[in-house]
Write a protein that binds this ligand. Structure first.
Ligand code: SF4
Length: 253
């Protein structure tokens, strides 16, 4: 840390993680994304940070950037059991193409599924509970040994993401959003510049891709996330609402 940075923001002793996030926001304010990822993965949180990826519509950009600085960075993929087959095949293609060597699947606990979703239809009855069992709790377990994680959210996606900070506190863990300021055009340009393959469902009208039952095509003029949980108030799965409650007993149910 540069001496100047240490004096720029008083460290918040009552909330050291928030203070750490504020310091990092200052440090990274005018840095290139690749430079930030290099610092986060190889220095600031060396060996203690994981990248979380859905291998969805835009994921290849962040994965390519991370692979440029550390192909061995742990990548966590939440395999809910409801993922499109084309996403699983796309994941395998991207992993091989980028040379990622540490991709981990975070899966729901079988006993929890048996007791709360035995007919596999919880997504229809209680989608928040389904996300808690199939996404949030598995991610909380997968991140339990890490001090920081990297997400691919962007401000242009709107909703709760419109005010997304570059670095934020997530309980006692730091969360870095290196693409927060990127536009859709930036992502497309980067993907084309590096000749990176597009998720096959994008050409079929899917612009934000999650679980199969909760993802629909997006029409012209709609926001890209309008196809998620269509017809419901729900706009997020919950992994960005804080994982701490799910780390106590690993279920959060
Ligand atoms: S996105 Fe749908 S299917 Fe996937 S975990 Fe959430 S509610 Fe369940």
């Amino acid at each position: 840390m540069a001496l100047l940075e240490a004096f720029a923001t008083p460290f918040d002793e009552a909330n050291p993680t928030a203070g750490h996030a504020a310091l990092l926001n200052e440090r990274y304010a005018n840095r290139q994304t690749l430079d930030v990822l290099d610092d986060v993965i190889n220095h600031e949180f060396g060996g203690r940070v994981a990248l979380v990826s859905s291998f969805g519509a835009d994921s290849v950009v962040l994965l390519h950037l991370a692979a440029e600085v550390a192909p061995n960075v742990p990548v966590i993929f939440i395999d809910t059991g409801k993922i499109f087959g084309s996403t699983l095949r796309y994941r395998d293609e991207i992993v091989a193409r980028l040379g990622l060597t540490d991709v981990r699947a975070a899966r729901p606990d079988p006993a929890t599924l048996a007791s709360h979703d035995s007919d596999s239809g919880l997504w229809l009855r209680e989608p928040d509970k389904c996300c808690a069992i199939r996404k949030v709790a598995p991610l909380a377990r997968a991140l339990s040994s890490f001090d920081a994680w990297i997400s691919g959210r962007k401000r242009y996606q709107g909703g709760m993401r419109a005010a997304l900070p570059f670095v934020e506190a997530d309980g006692e863990r730091i969360k870095v959003n290196p693409l927060a300021g990127w536009s859709r055009e930036d992502l497309v340009a980067y993907r084309k510049l590096h000749d990176l393959p597009e998720h096959p469902l994008v050409a079929d009208g899917f612009r934000s891709i999650g679980c199969m039952p909760c993802t629909t095509r997006v029409a012209d003029g709609e926001d890209e996330r309008d196809g998620r949980w269509r017809g419901q108030d729900k706009t997020e799965c919950g992994i960005h609402f804080g994982l701490a409650a799910f780390e106590t007993d690993g279920s959060g149910i």
